[in-house]
Design a protein. Sequence first.
Length: 165
Amino acid sequence: MDDLCTRFAIPRQYPDPPFAYYGDALARFEGIIGHAMVRPDKSDPAPDPRLWQTLEQRAALKPAAVSPPARPKGPPALTSREIEALFAQNAARIHAMDIAAGSLVKWLLMELERRRTYLRLAEPKPGTHTIGYEVVQGDRGAVQRIAKALGFLEVTDRRLEVRHA
C-alpha cells in the first residue's frame, strides 16, 4: 500500500469513519477506500478496525472527513458530446507524437478523466516527446501530480515532456 501511494501519488487518507457507507459522497474523494464504503452489498476489505489501524501504521494513512460533493462553481461541466469531440481532437494530436510518448500522454489523459479533469492538447511537431496543453475543466494541480507519478520528464502549466527512450 505504501509503495502504491508513493508511486501513483495517491493521497494517504481514508474516509472516516471507515465502516460507513458513503456512496456518491465519495465522487471526488481521493485516497484509499474499501467496497463497504462504496457498495452496501460488499464488505471487503473486511470491516475490521485492525485493518485500517495497520494501514495507518504501515502506509501513514490518516482518516479524513467525507462530505457530499459540492455543487460545481464556475462554467458548466462539459457535455458528453463536448468530451467526445475533445477526445477525438486529442487522439489525433497524440498520434502525431513519438509512439511511446503519445502512449504515456494518453495514460495521463485517462487518469485525469477519471478525476473529471480534461485537457486540450496543442498540435505537436511530428515524432516529438513534447506537447502543449491547456486545462479545459477540472483540477490544474492534478496534471502535475499525475504526470510526475507517471514519470514525465518535465511538466509545466502549459507543456508536457516525456522522457526519451
